[in-house]
Design a protein. Structure first.
Lengths: 309, 358, 260
């Protein structure tokens, strides 16, 4: 029983990270109707920037103030993500207004390649650590409930906390601020929003920037856990089933979907994997999403699509 | 001979429905085919065959398959690599498990197996489209990646995880040298290109395009969406599967699942975008472009760097490749969504009017 | 006029259609007789297009019965409706914009093409012969609609009026028994409208095709239709020959508002 709960919690933690990446997807899809395949590349790009800026700032500061170096690096990486968002809007999105979803999707594949290439050219292509002082030691909990207790990584715990805070902040941002309202208006109808004076282009820069920041946070958490390396870009592939499950337009959907996929993956790997040779995590998530697609194409929380003739 | 259609009148519908309605086009394409069969074997060296020509031919075939699905039927796929894998592994199993299986049959059976799986993974397209479908096809990709890696039966329990096939021969003709491999692939691609062209100008092709352009209207005039979409998946997967089998058997000789990863799927999609969606010719342009570009960059970039006194590493080149590929994708989507094929046809239009453009 | 109006071919009984909580159509009954021109009119949002969508199977009504040629029609998908001889055109032209005029109209022949995938793939004798046969039919339609000069033009490049004509051509290629026309003259100038009226009446006259038509131009409707149904807010408020409908106080009220 203790083992099951441990697996469950491990799944939830992994799911939280998926949720973060999925959140980036949802933000961009809501505001611009773009299914952003470059989200994974953005995570890689942001994490690379963070890791290297922190390293360089640390050297510049003489190596004795890691905290300050990290703060500087965070803001520097934020600026880089802003530049990226601006460039994407300027060079790509602006020229593809009113194109079909599939075209935009393929364009984001192109963006992903460019981001990966530029990121590695500027920041290098080795494995870099991110050290933001996350505690690595595990804690044993609920010893009274289960035999031997349950082992949880403090790091995972903090990561989940950060993710939860981020979601709360984003929800407030979307619901309560004028910029958030503008974003939602643009999401509903580009042209109508434009006609009442909401600047489309600026809104897109903002939303891609916000998605960039989300990617940065995801990158930091992931990077401090496993180090920053190219495989981070493939994390987008892991998060795709999440958005399908949760619904492309739903923030809570991204969270719940992430948790379901995280738990599903872990449980299937632990309990089903041994029978079929292991390594089933990835496709299991996809199959789950696929089955879901067939019965509820709009996802858990998505809006139903009605065709009109 | 000036490129002109003056004086070429069509008096029957049959003549008007030919593949090349302008005589010069026909002569040109036949010339290209003849050159491919006779001229190139005389001119190309072993490196050309191995590094450029054979990959180009096989990937053209795969791109053609993807184009039928994406360009003609409008169903996006990010799982083409998986269907190449299915073709390759199915053909492998047909070859080793059935004694005396002729090579061509084995390859075609590989294609058929791929077509069957294509229908299976195409079923979601009946419910969802666009972005959602892309994800469904990725499911095929990841499932196949896993199955061919972990399920020993597919690889005949090979201990290294890689499978190999040797001593290819057709009717007693051994396919060993690069030249023979090239000619073998060329025969396939010529036949398949002809088939693709026929399909796209016949009723089935019109059904695909109707579904692509306006699916509700297509259904209202009596096109069954299920038949149109699944047949596109089947035919496309058949093409891609045969290409996969050729890739494994003829080009690689021995291979692992990584040869057909998701990167391969993206690559095929890029060929279609750059070459031209909904164009047979475009598939060839796209494949040529993507096969040649890395080789070109490998030659040119270091030289260019040298000129400015910068040393460009191998990693640097591969990063530059990523940037250039990505930019080109975006560029083509924005500037010329119909790809190189459209540029080609614009050039032809101009040529028809030349030298009196007004 | 020489044509003869026959028996009831399509009978809609107590049709109700809802989307979520919205009643698009409420308890509508009317019939269509063979060879007649039947118009559906009504203000915007009256449910006219929904009515056509019910007839050709795009929408499935929650209540009511559809009798087609004396038999009850169960739940039906659009392509099945098409195979029973119901064709239609669209309010916002729904042509296949990547294809030429010729190919667009050829798609209308789809149901009649029998050769299988393999024959088509190899362009073998029967497939080619069939292709030519249907091409002849399509050329007849092209002649009829006077669009010979644009047969190889991609439809996306055509002006609006011609696109409407191609849309009609594609429906005609199906050789339908019932032709549903959704605002065939919307957005046209007077000459184009006259052309279109001529085509519609010719189709009705020469091929005996039954026509169900939605149109806003009252002059046109009253001129060319045999009987008219009036819808308002998803309910039927009038039904009869043009003169009756024109005189009906309820119809006048719906069109001019209660105050007049």
């Amino acid at each position: 029983m203790g083992f099951f709960v441990e697996t469950l919690i491990g799944g939830l933690m992994a799911g939280m990270l998926y949720s973060l990446v999925a959140l980036g997807f949802v933000l961009i899809f809501k505001a611009s109707g773009v299914f952003n395949f470059a989200q994974g590349a953005m995570v890689l790009f942001a994490a690379l920037a963070m890791a290297r800026f922190s390293e360089w700032a640390n050297i510049a500061l003489g190596g004795d103030n890691l905290f300050l170096a990290n703060v500087i690096a965070f803001f520097a990486a934020g600026v880089v993500m802003f530049i990226a968002a601006w460039a994407i809007e300027r060079l790509v999105l602006r020229n593809l207004v009113n194109q079909e979803g599939a075209t935009l999707l393929m364009a984001t594949l192109g963006i992903a390649y460019v981001l990966e290439g530029i990121g590695q050219t500027i920041f290098g292509s080795e494995v870099y650590p991110i050290n933001v002082g996350m505690p690595k030691d595990p804690v044993i909990m609920f010893e009274s409930l289960f035999e031997g207790g349950i082992m949880i990584n403090k790091e995972d715990f903090i990561a989940a906390l950060i993710a939860a805070i981020l979601v709360a902040v984003l929800t407030i941002f979307f619901q309560k601020t004028p910029v958030g309202r503008a974003l939602r208006a643009v999401a509903d109808d580009h042209q109508a929003a434009q006609s009442i004076g909401i600047p489309l282009n600026r809104t897109w820069v903002i939303v891609w920037f916000v998605a960039g920041l989300v990617a940065l946070v995801a990158g930091i958490i992931w990077g401090s856990k496993l180090g920053v390396q190219f495989s981070l870009a493939t994390v987008a592939m892991r998060a795709l089933p999440v958005v399908i499950l949760g619904g492309l337009t739903s923030v809570p959907g991204a969270i719940v979907g992430g948790l379901i996929i995280g738990v599903g993956e872990k449980l299937s790997e632990v309990y089903l994997g041994p029978y079929v040779g292991g390594g089933i995590e990835i496709w299991f998530a996809y199959m789950l999403a696929l089955v879901f697609l067939l019965f509820r194409p709009q996802g858990l929380f998505g809006e139903k699509i009605i065709d009109r003739v | 001979m000036i490129y002109r259609e003056n004086g070429q009148f069509k008096t029957t519908y049959a003549a008007d429905q030919q593949i090349f309605t302008i005589a010069q086009d026909k002569v040109f394409v036949l010339g290209v085919i003849a050159f491919a069969f006779i001229g190139i074997p005389l001119l190309a060296d072993e490196y050309m065959f191995r590094a450029i020509l054979i990959p180009f031919l096989i990937l053209s075939l795969a791109a053609l398959g993807v184009n039928l699905l994406v360009g003609y039927c409008g169903q996006i796929t990010l799982g083409a690599g998986a269907f190449m894998a299915i073709g390759a592994y199915a053909a492998y199993n047909f070859m080793i498990r059935i004694d005396g299986m002729p090579l061509i049959f084995g390859l075609l059976l590989g294609g058929l197996a791929s077509a069957g799986m294509g229908i299976l993974f195409g079923i979601p397209s009946l419910r969802v489209r666009g972005l959602y479908l892309a994800v469904a096809t990725l499911a095929a990709q990841f499932f196949c990646d896993w199955a061919f890696l972990r399920l020993g039966w597919f690889t005949n329990y090979s201990s290294s995880g890689s499978v190999s096939i040797s001593n290819l021969s057709v009717f007693g003709w051994g396919i060993d040298s690069p030249l023979e491999k090239y000619l073998f692939c060329l025969c396939f691609i010529v036949v398949f290109a002809f088939v693709a062209k026929n399909l796209t100008r016949a009723s089935i092709g019109r059904q695909w395009m109707a579904i692509r352009d306006m699916d509700v209207a297509a259904e209202v005039i009596g096109i069954r969406p299920m038949w149109a979409k699944l047949s596109a998946f089947a035919v496309s997967s058949f093409f891609v599967g045969v290409a996969g089998a050729l890739w494994g058997f003829v080009h690689l000789g021995s291979w692992e699942p990584a040869a057909f990863s998701v990167d391969r799927s993206f690559q095929l999609l890029f060929m279609v975008i750059i070459g031209g969606m909904g164009s047979i010719l475009g598939s060839f342009f796209g494949a040529a472009f993507i096969v040649v570009l890395p080789i070109f960059l490998n030659q040119v970039l270091p030289a260019l760097g040298h000129l400015f006194g910068i040393e460009i590493s191998t990693a640097g080149i591969s990063h530059a490749e990523l940037i250039i590929f990505g930019s080109l994708i975006v560029f083509f989507l924005i500037v010329e969504p119909h790809g190189l094929a459209r540029l080609w046809s614009i050039a032809k239009e101009k040529l028809r009017l030349w030298p009196f453009p007004h | 006029m020489s044509r003869k109006i026959g028996d009831v071919i399509l009978d809609l009984q107590n049709i109700s259609l809802r989307f979520g909580g919205v009643n698009a159509l409420t308890d509508i009954s009317f019939d269509v007789r063979e060879h007649e021109v039947r118009a559906i009119i009504g203000p915007n949002g009256a449910g006219k297009s929904s009515m056509l969508n019910v007839i050709n199977g795009v929408y499935h009504p929650q209540d009511g019965k559809i009798m087609y040629r004396g038999k009850e029609r169960k739940k039906m998908e659009p392509h099945m409706a098409a195979s029973t001889g119901i064709a239609r055109t669209f309010q916002n032209i729904a042509l296949f914009k990547g294809m030429s005029v010729l190919d667009n109209i050829m798609t209308g022949r789809n149901l009649k093409i029998k050769s299988n995938l393999l024959l088509q793939a190899l362009w073998l004798g029967p497939a080619q012969k069939e292709e030519i046969e249907h091409r002849k039919k399509v050329e007849e339609i092209i002649d009829f609609l006077e669009i010979q000069h644009i047969r190889k033009t991609p439809v996306g490049r055509l002006p609006y009026g011609l696109q409407k004509r191609v849309d009609l051509g594609r429906a005609l290629a199906m050789e339908p028994q019932i032709l549903l026309l959704d605002e065939p003259m919307a957005g046209m100038n007077v000459e184009e409208k006259q052309d279109m009226c001529r085509f519609i009446l010719d189709v009705n006259d020469q091929f005996g095709t039954t026509i169900v038509l939605i149109e806003h131009d009252m002059g046109v409707v009253m001129d060319i239709s045999d009987r008219v149904v009036v819808l308002d807010y998803g309910k039927k408020i009038g039904d009869g020959v043009p003169d009756e409908v024109r005189a009906s106080p309820e119809v006048i009220k719906a069109y001019l508002g209660a105050g007049h």
